[in-house]
Design a protein around this ligand. Structure first.
Ligand code: CA
Length: 219
């Protein structure tokens, strides 16, 4: 499980990130000022740091001086949309940045990309008795290999990475089929039905009225 430090002084945003990332399977710690952040970074090991720029104590740019020699990937979280801030962040060695407000789904996608680049991602996604081995693309149910089509596999991985979130059909279509959504829901619905049946997920992979689907992390 990847360990992430959230450094953000706006409590609602920090809580939003912590709750969402915990549900997505990350081990999260959260601090609200630059000096406490510096202490935690020196005392513990993190796989990634989400770093707000404007912070009491020491700001995000100052913290980069401490973080850079430790080779921990950093994503800047900034309220400022000024191009100069983004350039400064990247020049100081950040791996990526996000401008507030952002959606959880985008945050998770950025985190995964950065962890993948640093080879720190976990290679197994699991939920209940289902385990997906991302390197070999094998899917196991109770330790038994399950045959999925490519689309079913991509759909399963997408649900597992965004568990407990109500996912719109058009979002699912865009991410899994990577095409423009025409409003035809049958393709998605059919794939979800087959996935449900193959994994015995009738209770977990639920229909969300007028939105799409949600994979529940609790049965
Ligand atoms: Ca701030």
């Amino acid at each position: 499980m990847s360990k992430i430090l959230i450094v953000e002084d706006e409590i609602p945003i920090a809580s939003f990130m912590q709750t969402g990332l915990t549900a997505a399977g990350y081990d999260c710690a959260c601090v609200h000022d630059g000096l406490t952040a510096a202490d935690r970074i020196e005392q513990e090991s993190f796989d990634l740091i989400l770093l707000d720029v404007m912070l009491p104590g020491a700001d995000g740019f100052e913290l980069m001086d401490l973080i850079r020699p430790m080779n921990i990937p950093v994503i800047f979280i900034t309220a400022r949309s000024a191009v100069s801030d983004r350039v400064t962040g990247l020049r100081l060695g950040a791996d990526d940045y996000l401008v507030k407000p952002f959606e959880l789904i985008e945050l998770i996608a950025r985190i995964e990309a950065v962890l993948r680049r640093h080879h720190k991602g976990t290679n197994i996604l699991s939920l209940g008795d289902v385990a997906v081995h991302l390197d070999s693309r094998r899917v196991l149910l109770n330790g038994q290999s399950i045959d999925l089509t490519n689309r079913e596999y991509e759909l399963l991985v997408f649900f597992l990475k965004n568990r407990d979130m109500a996912l719109f059909r058009d979002t699912i279509y865009e991410r899994v089929w990577q095409g423009e959504y025409s409003g035809d829901t049958r393709t998605i619905d059919l794939h979800v039905l087959r996935l449900r049946r193959k994994l015995h997920w009738e209770e977990r992979l639920v229909t969300v009225n007028r939105i799409g689907y949600r994979l529940n992390s609790e049965p």
